[in-house]
Design a protein around this ligand. Structure first.
Ligand code: PRX
Length: 650
């Protein structure tokens, strides 16, 4: 815990702009506190009132059945997620724009709610033809194109779960996830674009499917038109099957707790965990928080820059905004391609009013300079957001002053794949912001910072962030591994949800999330596990033993540093360094490519044989080691590593 630097707690509060507060759903701190109190005095009453935001086929009479750590929310109600995201908006305003999609190469598509509804119905019928049934899990491995959202909504329409795997993951990562989810159908594309290059998604998918005997059908969107291998009888073109299917697919009712999706994320072991979310609770809280945190209105143009392969894309690019009937922007490519002001072109073109991005993106914009923004009219912006990692005060202030011109509140939103929706965030018209703090928990969220013994920390003391009460969008279990769910999240501080984050509370009750206390690494906000990278490393012929730690990175927040020992017969040279990095990228994906690979004769270990990561972290960070090293098995290993680091930096 001593590793976290608490200096940031001194930031001054920045009140919400007055004009914003006047029109906001919650317009003052006093109103927020009233709402918070109302929700904590009677959480079930509070959430059952909010449940009216959803369209129910059968309204629930029960709110919560809590058998710790298993919650069932609204469990006697029935609904259809895709009906909530589409049909009810089509009935009210069929021609409203649901989505402006822009491709990396500049191609543009605008879909109304009716268009999106019809495409979803066709896809739902096509999936049924492929034999997909309620309760099956369809894996989706696609670029950021409208068909990805359509595929998700189509699964939801027929009660099938989806497991979206980020298009940057490699074949082994994809096959592990397909095997775990027992998917019989995969939806992919011939390829995607990234910075002008074609990413051969179908080739990767073919390799992955080769390891998954249960996969029967692969539905393929033609995106790039490149030549691909075709497996007769298994592969099916989207444009042949989906486009020819009927655009009528009545939405069936499913129970509130019907499994909705699995999203794999990294934890403390090498095996990614399938976080399971269910239907009504997830949809309700993502919709409710989209309205509250982004203060979303009918006239807004809302852009969340996340990829749908991560939870932010699920909750705040697809389900939250569509459930609200919003007009959203989806952009396929990178922020710096072909020009570094690509994002500002898009804001200007579509008159984006709400812009939700990552701290890494903000730091990159900052390093590219303010001149890039000045070329564009950004006056449509009225609210800015960040997510995924702590934002340093300097980046926050730049975002506020240069992007928001001082008139846009910033919502620094804390949440996780497991929480499903935002739990800690300013309400933009109510909560004075402090640069670097996610501020206060949303109404209905019992967030606290505790010591390991369950007692509360005092202001300025670092503790563990926990959630004390169940909330509707909480994960229900780890798919296929309920024991791990109980162990990882509910037994560290018994009876409370353990987030894995270190945090502090200041004298105003503001929460400052400092970083992870486990082996999760956040590179550009993407979540990776050091154990997963280590197991990729030791699968390389040259690597005997490996330890992975993070060091701070000015743009990406954290960077991956590898320490490894080599097998006999391999020599530590630049070529091997590059090979080992490539190997990690091939096994997991390019997001896991190490920033540095360091070789050592021995790794520092305790007498019981545990690798001393704290020392390695310090070494990766500062280049030297202080503190207690008396439990080291071999002191010389540390000295040698330190010398190597020193040498490299000369
Ligand atoms: O460490 C916290 C960090 O991201 C973790 C969750 O990662 P993931 O499941 O990939 O979800 C990211 C998008 C919701 C958290 O445990 N984190 C997320 N948001 C913030 C944050 N750290 C500080 N401030 C935030 N606003």
């Amino acid at each position: 815990m001593a590793e976290f630097d608490p200096h940031i707690l001194e930031e001054k509060a920045v009140p919400p702009p007055e004009g914003f507060s006047r029109r906001a759903r919650v317009g003052s701190l006093a109103d927020y506190r009233k709402l918070y109190q109302r929700a904590s005095e009677d959480p079930e009453g509070f959430w059952s009132e909010q449940a009216e935001l959803l369209h129910w086929f059968k309204a629930p009479t029960q709110t919560l059945a809590w058998n710790p750590p298993h919650a069932r929310w609204f469990h006697d109600g029935t609904l259809n997620v895709s009906y909530n995201c589409l049909d009810r908006h089509v009935q009210l305003h069929p021609q409203r724009t649901a989505m402006h999609w822009e491709a990396e190469d500049g191609q543009r598509v605008t879909l109304s709610y009716t268009d999106l509804y019809e495409k979803t119905c066709r896809c739902a019928n096509a999936l049924k033809k492929l034999g997909v049934k309620s309760g099956d899990c369809v894996t989706i491995y696609m670029p950021l194109i409208p068909q990805l959202a359509v595929a998700m909504l189509a699964c939801a329409r027929i009660g099938a779960m989806h497991s979206v795997v980020f298009g940057g993951f490699s074949a082994p990562a994809l096959s592990d996830r397909m095997l775990d989810a027992k998917s019989r159908v995969l939806i992919t594309a011939d390829g995607g674009y990234r910075r002008g290059r074609i990413i051969p998604l179908k080739d990767t998918a073919d390799t992955a499917v080769g390891k998954c005997p249960q996969v029967e059908k692969v539905l393929v969107v033609r995106r790039t038109g490149e030549k691909i291998k075709w497996h007769e009888g298994r592969d099916v073109w989207w444009h042949e099957l989906v486009d020819a299917a009927s655009s009528l697919a009545p939405a069936e009712p499913f129970p509130a707790e019907h499994p909705f999706f699995v999203l794999y994320t990294s934890g403390t072991t090498g095996k990614p965990k399938g976080v399971l979310h269910t239907s009504a609770g997830y949809l309700l809280q993502t919709m409710w928080s989209t309205r509250l945190v982004f203060d979303l209105r009918e006239e807004d143009v809302y852009w969340c820059t996340a990829d749908i392969g991560w939870v932010t894309g699920h909750s705040y690019l697809v389900y939250g905004p569509l459930a609200c009937g919003a007009t959203l922007v989806m952009y396929e490519g990178a922020p710096d391609f072909p020009v570094k002001d690509r994002f500002w072109q898009i804001v200007d073109r579509y008159k984006v009013s709400i812009f939700y991005s990552s701290a890494t993106a903000v730091r990159a914009f900052m390093s590219w300079g303010r001149e890039l923004l000045e070329k564009h009219d950004l006056s449509s912006l009225r609210l800015l957001g960040t997510v995924g990692e702590p934002i340093n005060p300097a980046a926050w202030k730049w975002y506020h002053a240069i992007v928001g011109k001082g008139r846009c509140p910033i919502v620094d939103t804390w949440w996780q794949t497991e929480t499903g929706s935002i739990l800690i965030s300013p309400l933009p018209g109510a909560t004075p912001a402090k640069a670097g703090s996610a501020t206060l928990p949303l109404p209905g969220v019992a967030a606290r910072v505790l010591r390991m013994d369950g007692s509360e920390v005092v202001p300025g003391e670092t503790g563990y962030l926990v959630i004390e009460q169940p909330w509707p969008s909480m994960m229900r279990t780890i798919y296929g591994d309920d024991e791990r769910f109980k162990r990882d999240y509910w037994s560290r501080i018994p009876g409370k949800y353990f987030t894995g984050d270190a945090a502090q509370c200041d004298k105003d009750g503001y929460i400052w999330v400092l970083g992870r206390v486990d082996d999760v690494i956040k590179v550009a906000g993407h979540r990776l596990s050091s154990m997963e990278i280590e197991s990729a490393l030791v699968s390389h012929a040259a690597v005997a033993e490996a330890a992975v730690v993070a060091r701070p990175d000015e743009i990406k927040g954290e960077a991956i540093v590898v320490f490894c020992t080599l097998r006999m017969g391999f020599s530590a040279d630049e070529q091997l360094r590059a090979q080992i990095s490539d190997h990690v990228a091939n096994v997991i994906g390019t997001i896991a490519r190490p920033a540095e690979v360091r070789f050592a004769d021995l790794l520092p270990k305790t007498r019981s044989g545990k690798i001393m990561r704290r020392l390695l972290r310090e070494l990766a960070h500062k280049g030297s080691v202080s503190g207690d090293t008396t439990t080291l098995e071999d002191f010389s290993s540390i000295e040698k590593l330190a010398r190597e680091v020193g040498h490299d930096e000369e």
